[in-house]
Design a protein. Sequence first.
Length: 184
Amino acid sequence: MATLYTHAAVGLALGRLCFARRMPVSFWALAGLLPIVPDLDAFSDAPYGTALGHRGFTHSLCFALVLGFVSAVATFRYFKVNVWTLGSFFFAIIATHGLLDALTNGGEGIPFFWPASDYRFGPWGPIHVADIADEFPNPWRSRAIRTELLWVWLPMTFLLGAVELYRWSRNSAHEPWPNRSPAD
């Protein structure tokens, strides 16, 4: 699995990409927490690799869809966002959890299409499985953190920077020059 920090960061980054306007703090809390929710199955007593165990049904697209739209129905009025837009966003950030876990180089695959199919996808990728410890991970010692920085955080930072630069240039192009009249 990818680290909880990376799951949360991806949700926050996608939130900034999708919603340019100012959003309440509770929106950002949800954008950071919802992508972490699938890992609550780590506390399950069910065996690892089963539908009820870790990397089970909570990593599926069905789970992401249900949790995303339940969260959207509960919050769309408060956030003043269309329920379908918000539900789609919440679905996407929760679904990234399974995708990131499938892109690790170990562990069980992800049952993306549960309950229709128990077939597991992954592990496919370059991201090392997260270190299991209760201390804050050290990027100098943790291969998982180093690979996440390279394969997730770095591209995400460049993408966010490019989008923010585009938004800034688009907004500043419509602003009049200071100390100039419109006739100049």
